[in-house]
Design a protein around this ligand. Structure first.
Ligand code: ADP
Ligand code: MG
Length: 332
């Protein structure tokens, strides 16, 4: 299991997009309503995430970026070692140890009794600035020169446009999971997405993919109940069979507000369209699963994209039947 953990955890900060994913999730956890993402050179030069969330207490700041007892990473080998220690609760510390890291944060005065923020800078995990600063409520994190001290890892990066593509994908997943968030993405100072907050999921999808796609989506919804009487809700939008794609890239699945991947449910989706699409074509889908957290293990993989459902077979059937019933009622 150690080897597996190491391989899995080593994948967590594999590229700039992994940093963006971790930082965006933190901002969401901090109840931000507005998040801006600024990227330079595919995230290799700079990743900056600014949120208006609850901020961090000044006393917690140092701890959050130095929680590894030996956080000073000098080599790729060290990075592997740190990775084996597990990752959860270690994202900031890990990112700080492989970059020139800056953070400015301020909590609401009420609970700190302070009316200033705090600023911290670390290079490769060495903290060189930790002081009071003036800043608005929320948190701004800058990650400069990712992998500057782990050359082997840096060497594996693709060209900036490719790395930015991956970042954009991570951004999309957060954006689709949280339509109530105002989100901005810029690359090299150019605006890529500005998504105003909306209570309407379909509107967020349209903003992203254009109303052409929005018009070809069919709403679906179903509720199932477990033996213990707990509710499993499946809802979302799936593509009209007259419209399809050559890849599965636009098949999105969210579990309790987080993007996940699941082969079995992806298969159920394909089965539901069986006979409705030409071979090699795939439906578009935006599906949301809501179920009690104890019915699923999210700690299977450190990036938490793969999960293990307690009763995956029932979910498979629920998805398949929800879509089939819908297609039947529409006479497809
Ligand atoms: P985890 O998210 O698993 O707790 P992280 O290393 O990602 O671990 O973050 C460490 C801690 O730093 C978080 O638990 C949170 O308290 C704090 N934190 C990180 N990012 C933010 C943010 N944007 N706003 C407020 N607090 C944050
Ligand atoms: Mg985190």
């Amino acid at each position: 299991p150690h080897v597996i953990n190491r391989i899995a955890a080593g994948e967590v900060i594999e590229r700039p997009a992994s940093v963006v994913k971790e930082l965006l999730e933190n901002s969401v956890d901090a109840l931000a309503t507005r998040i801006e993402v600024d990227i330079s050179t595919g995230g290799i030069d700079l990743i900056r995430i600014s949120d208006n969330g609850e901020g961090m207490h000044p006393d917690d700041l140092l701890l959050s970026v130095t929680s590894h007892a030996t956080s000073k990473i000098r080599s790729d080998e060290d990075l592997q070692k740190v990775a084996t220690m597990g990752f959860r609760g270690e994202a900031l510390a890990s990112i700080a140890s492989i970059s020139r890291f800056r953070i400015r944060t301020r909590r609401l005065g009420l609970d700190t009794g302070l009316d200033t923020g705090r600023e911290l800078q670390a290079d490769g995990g060495d903290v060189n600035i930790n002081r009071e600063c003036g800043c608005p409520q929320g948190t701004v994190i800058e990650v400069h020169n990712l992998f500057f001290n782990t050359p082997a890892r840096r060497k594996f990066l693709k060209k900036p446009s490719t790395e930015f593509g991956r970042i954009s994908e991570q951004f999309s997943k957060i954006a689709l999971a949280n339509p109530n968030l105002h989100l901005v993405l810029r690359h090299n100072d150019k605006l890529v997405y500005e998504l105003p907050a909306t209570p309407n999921q379909l509107e967020r999808i349209r903003r992203f993919f254009g109303s052409d796609l929005g018009d070809k989506l069919i709403p679906v919804e179903s509720k199932a109940t477990t033996e213990a009487g707990e509710e499993i809700r499946l809802w979302g939008f799936v593509g009209d069979p007259s419209f399809s794609r050559g890849t599965r890239k636009d098949q999105y699945l969210f579990l309790n507000g987080r993007h996940i991947q699941d082969r079995s449910l992806q298969h159920a989706l394909g089965e539901a369209y069986r006979g409705l699409l030409m071979v090699g074509r795939h439906p578009v889908s935006f599906l949301f699963l809501e179920l009690p957290p104890h019915l699923v293990d999210v700690n299977v993989h450190p990036t938490k994209t793969e999960v293990r459902f307690q009763d995956g077979q029932s979910l498979y059937r629920q998805l398949l039947h929800t879509l089939r019933d819908k297609f039947l009622s529409l006479n497809f």
